[in-house]
Ligand binder design. Structure first.
Ligand SMILES: C[S@@+](CC[C@H](N)C(=O)[O-])C[C@H]1O[C@@H](n2cnc3c(N)ncnc32)[C@H](O)[C@@H]1O
Length: 211
């Protein structure tokens, strides 16, 4: 259980714990579609904080892929990134509804991450970072490639795609990273998460220094 603050339109929402309802909603989503959800419990705030540390709060637009019950979202907003600079993609209707309810004012895109560009306010090349909670390891190579292609359409030069995984190894198939000319960097491992998770950051080859 934990506490975090989310800001919307300059106001601070009430401090909020991951509620019993969040756990139940998350578990139901897993029961409905285990491969799409990938986990039976939301990420910990420690994992969320490490992922959010890859954002520059004054650096422009951020998109989150796979918002779930908002575990990473709250840590992204806690960096002081303005709420109008964040868009959250969540394919599951029930989870998307929960996010709209708990974080009014935040833009939730109820669409597949692999087809989100047409809905993104920042447009092509308009994002500094994509924070992804998608269960990439459970996805086919084709779906991984579709999602990462879409992500790097949205990211500006030097932009980063930040992903956690429950494996100590990078989550993206090597052939997919090669096909898209991406390089990967390990950010760190969080043991205070169920299960422990490792965070990786991808960028276009040779562009890391632009980030
Ligand atoms: C492992 S959960 C992570 C949720 C949350 N970010 C967290 O860390 O607790 C993965 C989430 O991604 C969503 N998802 C799966 N595939 C998706 C897709 N193609 N497009 C958008 N969201 C997707 C699922 O519905 C689920 O909410």
């Amino acid at each position: 259980m934990w506490v975090a603050m989310a800001r919307t339109d300059g106001t601070v929402l009430a401090e909020r714990k991951t509620s019993a309802g969040d756990y139940a909603r998350f578990l139901h989503a897993w029961i409905r579609k285990p491969r799409q959800n990938g986990s039976i419990v939301p990420s910990s705030p420690y994992l969320g904080r490490l992922m959010a540390s890859q954002i520059d709060p004054a650096g422009g637009r951020v998109m989150e892929f796979g918002g779930g019950t908002g575990a990473l979202t709250r840590e992204i907003l806690a960096t002081s990134l303005p709420v109008d600079q964040l868009e959250v993609v969540e394919i599951d209707a029930d989870l998307a509804r929960g996010l709209r309810r708990s974080m009014p004012g935040l833009r939730i895109l109820e669409t597949p991450a692999q087809a989100v560009a047409g809905h993104a306010l920042g447009g092509v090349g308009g994002y500094q970072c994509i924070i992804s909670g998608l269960p990439l390891l459970a996805f086919s190579k084709q779906l991984q490639q579709d999602i990462l292609s879409e992500a790097f359409l949205l990211l500006r030069p030097g932009g980063t795609f930040v992903q956690f995984t429950y494996s100590p190894r990078p989550p993206l198939a090597r052939s997919v990273a090669h096909a898209l000319d991406l390089e990967v960097k390990k950010i760190g491992t969080i043991v205070r998460n169920v299960p422990p998770a490792t965070v990786f950051s991808y960028c276009r080859a040779g562009e890391r220094q632009l980030a």
